[in-house]
Design a protein around this ligand. Sequence first.
Ligand code: ATP
Ligand code: MG
Length: 432
Amino acid sequence: MSTPKIQSVRGMNDVLPDQAEFWDLFEETIRSWLKSYGYRPLRLPIVEPTPLFKRAIGEVTDIVEKEMYSFVDSLNGEPLTLRPEGTAGCVRAVIQHSLIAQQAQRLYYMGPMFRHERPQKGRYRQFHQVGVEALGFDGPDIDAEQILMGARLWGDLGLGGISLQLNTLGQSAERAGHRAELIAYFERHSERLDDDARRRLHSNPLRILDSKNPELQEVILGAPQLIDHLGAESLAHFDGVQQVLRDAGQPFTINPRLVRGLDYYNLTVFEWVTDRLGAQGTVCAGGRYDGLVEQLGGKPAPACGFAMGVERLIALIAEAGGETTAPAVDVYLVHQGADASRLAARVAEGLRDQGIDVLFHCGGGSFKSQMKKADASGAAFAVIIGDDEATAGEVTLKHLRAVGEQPNQQKRVSVDRVADEIMNSIVDWEES
Ligand code: ATP
Ligand code: MG
């Protein structure tokens, strides 16, 4: 009887090298994009006290009701949760370290989040987000800047077809007026609601608007609209955001049913959506959450932010035919014979000193089998060292790809010229 294999947890995926190299490139793009707007990185714990999420996200939400991986620390009995999103932890950290006591902050983080959902394409139990938060700014200018940041990133990633949906949630007093009307409306149509909606009818009726159940869409469409309950200040903020977007030539659609899955939002909410990923089409979502800092025990401070789903964006890049694998190493180093191998080890280090990436053949074998591996590696060059070369203090440089010369061209080069030869070939090729 063979030992049973252990599999990864359902909905939690391994990212294998072909993909992970691309994730690295993606993350580099993200970092330089965020830096270009003055955002600074934060690294936060993956486990937080459970009450943090209950307080921040709200008890009557999908996340807190049924999606959190919560457990009790067996050593001290503390209730803990694998973070389902990053804003709560970010705000906790900002308060804990008094980060906004002196000045407003633009911050970001990225990493895994955990939600116990039904796994499907674009929806996983461990997934990754890039989270972007601005704390201490209250005007519509920062909301608009954050929205426009998205547009720039889609350009940087070569993505088209991502459209912007916008809404405002006003302030809680304004929502209260709307809430009463909404409850009355849904009560009149209670036979058309599902169990989730009926349960939320009195605790969180706004969230019914966010339902994904297709059978509810018609009744939702007829629901009273929050915008009719907004006062002058909320409307001015909303107009301010739209003005900047229009000035920037950024198209958007106002979607009155956009209420977002979390409770902490007010005023601006937005989503970037594509129809190229099937049902899971929201790649980026965010908005303003002015009450959260105070709700988590800090001195009141306005804030807004957004989070992007990394898996969905990477799927979109692949779907758009973008490059999803990173280039291979520059050189595969083939060598045989004791002296040749010692020289090869020196040559490999010398090339790396010059910034050339080298895959050093390990494990011996014939020249022929090593050359096969060199070809399969994707390297642009093979550097070949046998006894002949070792005696002459030379290497054979062979073009495996059409870099500068035709593939399969080869020549002998002295050991101290090989880095230059390779660099020149690469430059010629990049210029051609
Ligand atoms: P949905 O309505 O799709 O459940 P949400 O409102 O729960 O989304 P947010 O909490 O706003 O999502 O998360 C921000 C982004 O993170 C989403 O727009 C999406 O791109 C991504 N995301 C959320 N949940 C998952 C998941 N389970 N798997 C993969 N990506 C996710
Ligand atoms: Mg969700």
